[in-house]
Design a protein around this ligand. Structure first.
Ligand SMILES: Cc1cc2nc3c(=O)[nH]c(=O)nc-3n(C[C@H](O)[C@H](O)[C@H](O)COP(=O)(O)OP(=O)(O)OC[C@H]3O[C@@H](n4cnc5c(N)ncnc54)[C@H](O)[C@@H]3O)c2cc1C
Length: 310
């Protein structure tokens, strides 16, 4: 079988958007996707122009429908391994055992948020427990909220949430180490501070009503925002020799090149602004870069052929 021009790992906004641009450049493209996009727990996606409030899964369904019209292949499978070596086709091994070969590899594999270790939190995640005020702060405007994390992270989040509400309690869930700067800010902004360990969340149908602590009064609140870190969803970038920044995000140039031969990356995995519309934009930018790099390679090969044939 002829190699693909581009193999894309990840069928979230970044991967699908890249596939659309590349297919319209008449490139032969396959998208391999394990079907675990970062925001699959959310019922509505916000801030995506013309799609504000859409079910995130519906956005991806529409995306798959669009790329199918251009003949992009879609494989609902996990890429278990990959290889990118100089002067060779890139190769990916699917969990089903199949091997695909192509000229370029694009990772659009996303990240995973570390959920706070609170019993039953999954029921609330994506409904009233969030990590991103830009994505979901507006829905909680003027409501009582909890900002969760270590003292530094929770204080930073509380300050950020002030654009949406001033009814914010900093919750450190048993982390009692004092940071002078944070303590000063908490005092200045009169944020209530709860350092007790959280026992559970209570509410109905995923809508948070109160937080129960090991000691002290329950905290009435309508939402909780957390900042407890994130990691790469896929080990592929690491396996293939990419560089990472101190937060575990993959380093790329502004056009999605990783510095590893024939390997590109777009979307949340690079740690830039983590919005779906930004991931889609990065997918499009990286697609244009890949197309241009392939064109350069093709022109060089044409030139060599013409030169040899006199
Ligand atoms: C609860 C929540 C709410 C959010 N709300 C918003 C919002 O309102 N607005 C907004 O703009 N953003 C929101 N986001 C952020 C948004 O989800 C991300 O910015 C966006 O999904 C990033 O797109 P991506 O394509 O980079 O990664 P993803 O959407 O995570 O897609 C990556 C895909 O790659 C696949 N994959 C990974 N590894 C492999 C592999 N080895 N083989 C095959 N497939 C693989 C995954 O299964 C996944 O399908 C939210 C996130 C969360 C967690």
């Amino acid at each position: 079988m002829d190699p693909y021009d581009v193999i894309i790992v990840g069928g979230g906004p970044a991967g699908l958007s890249a596939a659309l641009v590349l297919a319209r450049c008449r490139r032969r493209v396959v998208v391999c996707d394990a079907g675990r996009p970062r925001n699959r727990s959310a019922q509505a996606m916000h801030g995506f122009l013309t799609r504000d409030g859409i079910d995130p899964m519906e956005l991806l369904r529409l995306g798959r429908e669009e790329i199918a019209r251009y003949g992009v292949e879609f494989r609902p499978d996990v890429v278990a391994d990959a290889r990118c070596e100089e002067n060779q086709l890139v190769e990916v091994v699917l969990e089903s055992g199949q091997i695909l070969r192509g000229r370029r590899l694009l990772l659009a594999t996303g990240i995973v948020d570390v959920l706070p270790e609170i019993a039953g939190i999954e029921e609330y995640y994506g409904r009233s427990v969030w990590h991103c005020p830009y994505c979901d702060g507006w829905e909680h405007r003027d409501e009582p909220l909890a900002a969760y994390g270590g003292m530094r992270e929770a204080t930073g989040l509380a300050l950020s949430l002030l654009s949406w509400t001033d009814r914010i309690t900093v919750c450190t869930d048993g982390r009692t180490e004092v940071d002078e700067e944070c303590a000063r800010r908490i005092k200045t902004h009169r944020f209530p501070l709860r350092t007790e360990k959280i026992v559970r969340l209570e509410g109905q149908d995923g809508r948070l009503e109160r937080i129960i602590f090991e000691s002290g009064e329950p905290l009435t609140c309508r939402g909780m925002f957390f900042n407890t870190g994130q990691w790469q969803r896929s080990p592929l970038a690491d396996k293939l020799g990419c560089c990472f920044d101190e937060n575990g995000h993959v380093c790329t140039d502004a056009r999605g090149r990783t510095g590893v031969c024939n390997l590109y990356l777009a979307g949340d995995a690079n740690g830039d602004v983590q919005f779906a519309i930004v991931a889609a934009g990065e997918g499009a930018t990286t697609a244009a870069t890949i197309h241009k790099d392939l064109q350069d390679e093709e022109r060089a090969a044409d030139f060599e052929r013409l030169r040899e044939s006199g």
